[in-house]
Design a protein around this ligand. Structure first.
Ligand SMILES: *[C@@H]1O[C@H](CO)[C@@H](O)[C@H](O)[C@H]1NC(C)=O
Ligand SMILES: *[C@@H]1O[C@H](CO)[C@@H](O)[C@H](O)[C@H]1NC(C)=O
Length: 157
């Protein structure tokens, strides 16, 4: 059980030391009004190496789909091959290299309500093979607030 304790300590050390600190702001809940533009920021810190490469993905759930992926050459790939959305709706911007990645959501509608997750993997090439050296995820919930104008209230009565 001594070796077990040592392995556990090593595992713990591995998990703690190899975790990227990923934080999505604002969060954990964002209240938006329809037609607003919203910017979510994914803050990344505690990279293992400054020479490593980050792979970043923004996901939407519960209807899980990939919004955008920033790959090895920093090319942004929007959507996946099964779900399409109007292209200009989302825009990923690297605000501070390796640290701040902003997802801009234009003209929010009710169907944009849900969970937005930023998943980051730190990868490194070792003997010609890319390996994940650490990763981290953070999520924020987008929830809407409907504004009823007086005119639409009058139409109901
Ligand atoms: C992780 O990053 C966030 C945002 O930059 C920061 O507020 C927080 O203190 C960091 N957490 C740790 C454990 O360093
Ligand atoms: C949202 O952004 C678009 C494009 O940048 C702009 O035309 C529009 O006025 C903005 N809407 C609001 C509510 O700020």
């Amino acid at each position: 059980s001594h070796t077990l304790a040592v392995s556990f300590a090593l595992l713990l050390r591995f998990l703690v030391c190899h975790a990227l600190n990923v934080t999505v702001t604002p969060g954990p809940v964002v209240l938006v009004t329809e037609n607003d533009n919203l910017t979510l920021s994914c803050l990344v810190s505690q990279r293992k190496r400054t020479t490593s490469v980050l792979i970043l993905r923004w996901f939407f759930s519960p209807l899980t789909f990939l919004i955008v992926k920033m790959g090895i050459r920093k090319r942004n790939l929007y959507g996946n091959y099964t779900y399409r959305f109007p292209q200009p709706k989302f825009h990923l911007h690297e605000k501070t290299e390796g640290e701040v990645y902003q997802l801009r959501i234009l003209s929010v509608t009710g169907s944009d309500q849900g969970f937005y997750s930023c998943k980051v993997q730190e990868i490194r090439k070792h003997r010609d093979i890319w390996r994940i050296t650490s990763n981290g995820t953070s999520t924020t919930q987008l929830t809407g607030k409907k504004i009823y104008s007086l005119t639409s209230l009058c139409h109901i009565s």
